[in-house]
Design a protein around this ligand. Sequence first.
Ligand code: TMP
Length: 230
Amino acid sequence: MPGTIGTGFPGVFISLEGCDGSGKSTQMARLSRRLESLGLSPVITREPGGTPFGERIRQLLLDPDSPDRSILSETLLYAAARCEFVSKIVRPALAEGRIVITERYADSTWVYQGYAGGVPLSTIETLNAIATGGLEPDLTLVLDIGEERVVNERLATKRKDKIERRSGEYHQKVREGYRQLARRYPHRVAYVDGGLDVHSVEAIIWQEVVNILSKKGYDLTDEKRGRESL
Ligand code: TMP
């Protein structure tokens, strides 16, 4: 049976982080398929968003035509969306023993509005603690993609949102911020080289996920038991 170490819930909470264009969505889909093939049914979600209220905030924050705002107002909006997200999506699912995988979570605010945006990190940490009620992921996978060139190439094919339109300098700070984050929270952050080929990245992520699921009491060698544990 799954245990309750970490978040205090029987479920497992995993976040996937990284700068824009680092391949998170592709890896989310692959990870989800792997878990489903074992008979597990993870809750796949994202921030900002996940709830109807959060999706409206997402639109306001990311629409390239939305009005400019101060970095602090922006921080508070992310926190408001997160508060709703945690209480309506994450906590109920973890309490039911589900595996929750979110593309972005509180660490994105730490990096984008704090480290890169200049809001003091102590303020971000306080706000995150209020919005999440102190709920931290069991595992945070940070996809790093070292070369700006590659990120820009990946983003070139899409219409950039409000945040992606920020300067190269800002995005460089975001990349640095993720490296700092890994140093700040080494107990839960796994840094993954997103510049490797897609299969290698998938395999590294899978190993990290297997480790955390095993620690939480899932037996992935036994598909049936995995299914029964949910
Ligand atoms: P994405 O879903 O395509 O990654 O877009 C979300 C954007 O929002 C991305 O540029 C990162 C940004 N973001 C923040 O700036 N702060 C946050 O707290 C979160 C969750 C996202």
